[in-house]
Design a binder for this molecule. Structure first.
Ligand SMILES: [Zn+2]
Length: 252
């Protein structure tokens, strides 16, 4: 059984933190401004969200703003622990979450139950994820006090509504599942043909550090390699055998 309290902060820039979670190898984010702090993704159920909110409060007492990178449960079902606060997402994230939350809950609660983790299954079954209330289309600039973060929809890829959070003064981009380290990118809801161009747009931000939705923070070269991998898949038009293909080793 996974201990939902397990997690650790990794500083990826001045006042820019990634939090690594054992569950699903998820990575969330925290950006500290002078007046507000931005939380990037909220974990996969109300209990996990509470763990993350408590961990955030060990770092900062600032008022919080949340961005949800996309509507997959592991990134957004924990939002309630942060309310009341603004919750930013792409409009299609909101509609997708509203349309799919029940199915995601059922599918993954069954998964956890089948894999011997009834506590997580129960927590997920009891979670009704709040919907984002601030739309980002295609971008929004957040003033955190002395620093800005730009939320951007750079194009379709892992889903049709992925957002990234760009911290220009630290050259950090939180990429959601547009980038994955430690496992192949997940193609289940992907728009594969457009994903490489979306990563080109991400690389045009010239990040020094890219924080993936799962796995360890990476550099631009890793993202470029993943872009090439996805472009190769798209060219072959064989996404259904994606997981049978070799995958580049992590570099960071
Ligand atoms: Zn995802």
């Amino acid at each position: 059984m996974t201990d939902p309290t397990e997690g650790r902060w990794v500083e990826v820039g001045d006042g820019v933190l990634a939090r690594r979670h054992r569950e699903l190898d998820l990575t969330t984010g925290l950006v500290l401004g002078g007046e507000r702090a931005l939380v990037v993704d909220t974990r996969g159920d109300a209990r996990q969200g509470s763990e993350l909110a408590t961990a955030v409060r060990t770092v900062t007492g600032l008022s919080l703003v949340v961005v949800v990178t996309h509507a997959h449960f592991d990134h957004c079902f924990g939002t309630a622990a942060f309310l009341p606060c603004p919750v930013f997402a792409h409009p299609r994230c909101r509609t997708t979450l509203a349309a799919t939350a029940d199915a995601q809950r059922a599918e993954w609660a069954a998964h956890y139950r089948d894999h011997g983790d009834p506590a997580t299954a129960d927590a997920l079954a009891a979670t009704d994820p709040p919907l984002p209330d601030h739309a980002v289309d295609p971008e929004a600039v957040l003033d955190l006090g002395g620093r800005t973060v730009t939320l951007r929809h750079l194009g379709r890829g892992h889903t049709d509504h992925d957002l990234v959070a760009h911290v220009p003064d630290a050259a950090v981009v939180f990429a959601g599942d547009l980038v994955e380290q430690g496992a192949p990118p997940d193609l289940g809801d992907a728009v594969l043909a457009e994903w490489p161009a979306t990563l080109d747009a991400l690389l045009a931000l010239r990040p020094s550090v890219v924080v993936p939705g799962h796995g360890n923070p990476v550099d631009a070269a890793f993202v470029a390699a993943q872009r090439a991998y996805l472009a190769d898949l798209a060219a072959r038009r064989t996404p259904l055998i994606a997981h049978d293909r070799p995958y580049p080793d992590p570099q960071v």
